[in-house]
Write a protein that binds this ligand. Sequence first.
Ligand code: NAG
Ligand code: NAG
Ligand code: NAG
Ligand code: NAG
Ligand code: NAG
Length: 575
Amino acid sequence: MPSLLVLLLLAINSSFAEEPPLVELSLGRVQGGTMQSFQGKTIYAFRGIPYAQPPVGQLRFAAPQPAIGWGQEEILKATSDSLVCPQPGISLLMSEDCLKVNVFTGNLDTKGEQLLPVIVYIHGGANVLGSGHSLYEAGPQYLLDHEVVFVAFNYRLGALGFLRPLGSSVTGNFGFLDQVMALRWVRDHISRFGGDPENVTLFGMSAGSMAVSLHLASPLSWGLFHRAILMSGSATNHFAIDNVYWTQKLAREVGCPMYDAPDVVQCLRNVAWTRIVEVCKGWESFQFVNMKWNYEIDGHFLPRHPTELMAEGNFSQVPLLVSFTANELDYTANVHLENEPLLHDLGSNFEEYAPELFLYNYDTSISRRLKEFYLGSNVSEISADNIERFGSIFSDGIIGHGVHRLVHLVRHFTPVYYMRMDYVGKRSLSAPTDDQEMPLGVGHADDLQYVMPSLWYGTIMAENHTDLFMMERLTKWFTHFAKTGTPLSTEEEHDFWPPCNATYVAMLYNDVATKMGPPGYSERYAIWDELFPTPALGRGVARRQQPNIVALVAIALATGVAFRRLSGSLALGGN
Ligand SMILES: *[C@@H]1O[C@H](CO)[C@@H](O)[C@H](O)[C@H]1NC(C)=O
Ligand SMILES: *[C@@H]1O[C@H](CO)[C@@H](O)[C@H](O)[C@H]1NC(C)=O
Ligand SMILES: *[C@@H]1O[C@H](CO)[C@@H](O)[C@H](O)[C@H]1NC(C)=O
Ligand SMILES: *[C@@H]1O[C@H](CO)[C@@H](O)[C@H](O)[C@H]1NC(C)=O
Ligand SMILES: *[C@@H]1O[C@H](CO)[C@@H](O)[C@H](O)[C@H]1NC(C)=O
């Protein structure tokens, strides 16, 4: 009887459709939902699972505590993204209770099957912005067309993540400790989602990439991951960022005591997070974001400066894939093209502005040398003619040089696939456009759009999008790297992209066609090596400066443009 068969099939079908995926963890059962990959494969999505206790009350400004199980009777509904951690800009969708992880897998039936490699993503945003949210920022649709499990998560940001009062009792780094906690959660639970806890690739972008370099150096993260992808950021830079200064400034502005750590923290725990975010946001003029919160060398998460540990080989020697973009922050100042008084002042008082913009301790001879190298010693005006040369100081100082230094230190100990993204796609967050609206360069974060869809770039690519080949290429390389530690599969391909090692240094230039060559911009990075031969010690950049200047330009790591687009598209309900 055909009609019965049809009914039966329908019943089976709908029971598949209605049966939500369920996973049993030692913490309790979790119910997820389904999504579709770019190519239409079914993805099981578990979103908003707590990996730590809510960092509220006495746990605010404290190391994260592991999540507590919810018992065998309860079923945790992990069917939508959690609220994101408090940050400036996104006004409606935040909560301090944000330490949640998202897991995406195509492989729930793990019995007898091989577990899949896992890619864990640490988002960027200058340590004050961003999230692992699957719609805003970290969509699984492209990566999940390959045989991997994808994990993204939130960590504490800004003052809530990095507060550091004087004294030894509260030592900052909470956001990084959250990341370690998320990695431990992956180790303990990912096999239930079909992921292999012995096959974990840590992948970070921008400040997230700087964080990955810290996890390479941290004894706490040792053994929790087995390969790493660093996209546009490394903490092996010269940054001198003074968390204590910003902590005192925050305390003063909300009427809390400033010096004794227990007093500062006790008072700040009673201030609403909305107020903390609001006050810190006020330090950013023109809605741009500079990096104000950074790691502390606390003897726990970080025993010493990451640059020293890398130089000694005292880090997790896992295979690395390290990339940056051809133009990074070159366009940082372009938004001020119409602001002639500001450009004039930046040019004629370069030496006053430079330490805060490029994150080093006040030093006239360093500033003079940078100006001479990038703009010319006789130049005192910034205009359309040289604004991108001015911007390239951000590119090199904030991103490129740290990445360059990382590669040159660690290649003596571990293979490093080094790449520069030169392909100018149709969509860019910061590059100026020609009269056909086509971007003229490859800005910061422009490469991320080929690895994960996000609201920053609008929608998921159309199937006939001209940039599709780059999405296919990068997701293939990254997932192959996650499986094997090399981005390319066949022997010939392998010969084509050899990793840097102790005796060999080369870069893959990733355009429509790829080519190997000597690393780019080495003459530009040489000046930073000359000016900053040893690691900075972190203290003091801001102490002597006026807070209103500090905020001036730097889009730095988060790209204000991206951020404004994100807020803009949220306000418009997506675009
Ligand atoms: C690595 O650095 C830590 C912290 O300074 C030190 O205790 C340890 O002995 C070092 N290990 C090696 C092998 O150098
Ligand atoms: C800069 O100005 C000085 C003094 O006016 C002049 O001697 C020098 O040649 C100029 N340098 C360049 C590169 O134009
Ligand atoms: C992709 O397809 C759409 C709809 O069929 C069409 O409007 C668009 O022009 C195509 N784009 C490209 C780049 O071929
Ligand atoms: C990682 O996973 C890949 C693919 O499943 C497998 O071939 C490889 O042996 C695994 N590597 C390790 C170190 O387990
Ligand atoms: C370094 O890489 C080069 C180029 O692939 C290779 O010929 C050489 O054998 C490698 N050296 C070591 C020590 O692995």
